[in-house]
Design a protein around this ligand. Sequence first.
Ligand code: A3P
Length: 289
Amino acid sequence: MKLLQYEKSLQPLLSALPVCHGWGRGATLYHYNGYWLQLVFIAGQRLLPEQYAPRPTDILLASSPKCGTTWLKALAFAALCRLLDRNPHDLVPFIELQYLASPGKLESLQDPRLLATHLPPSLLPAAVTSTCRIIYVYRDPKDVFVSHWQFGKSTCGPLWDHAFEYWRESRRSPERVLFLRYEDMAEDAGGSLRKIAEFMGRGFSPEEESAGAVEALAELCSFENLSKQEVNKTGNFRVSDQVEFRGLKNSSFFRKGKVGDSANYLSPEMARRLDEFMQEKLHAADLAG
Ligand code: A3P
């Protein structure tokens, strides 16, 4: 990975940015254009405008970390390809992590390309939001906080600005941006799968419906099924085919997969304060807890 060389060239920029530590692994987060990002995300974000040529057939899965990215990747991949036998992150690459790790990889993929990003719209090239279709997953911030807490300050946050930007895009152009909630996916995984498939132009046929394909694929993508797969118990998260990401284990993407688990960790007072805070930040959108 050419990150070290690239890091050197970014030194003048980085030294002017506020910093803090996040992700529990000592990784530095930089406050860059309103978001707390790791160096790889900043480097990748700066390469995107010149390297990534969005195609109208591209489908971009967008999320803040810990909101259900892994699950959304599984569901969308299953909906698009109707098969699933690998870790979802190996199947759906993050665009901002590709150009240092595997230049040319995205260009070699066949249409329709299923891609992902943790970056908000304001940090993506303008052509992305005007060209691609985007599926965003949002989650109750209390559960995200608990899911995330062992990682420290949340990378790609703040969550409220991230979510608000995608929510606004989905209101402006619902045909281009599908806004999903983790809680709705948990309540009705099959219904969410149908929505995702239709949005991607791959709706289920009556034959597939009557054969039980929707239920079978939803079950395939369930927490219970994915978390027990060998690749997810023992494998490491990879940025691309060859490059692993700081020894992050695939199993770290599968903790409990429950809605409302934050109630087991936050006192009612902490939950109320977080709800009030989100209400203040997101009152214009219907997203507060
Ligand atoms: P918990 O920590 O609450 O268990 P991300 O993929 O964006 O990093 O999000 C991780 C969260 O999604 C974790 O939440 C993880 O357990 C949950 N998750 C992963 N796969 C899932 C699945 N197939 N169904 C439901 N939740 C899933």
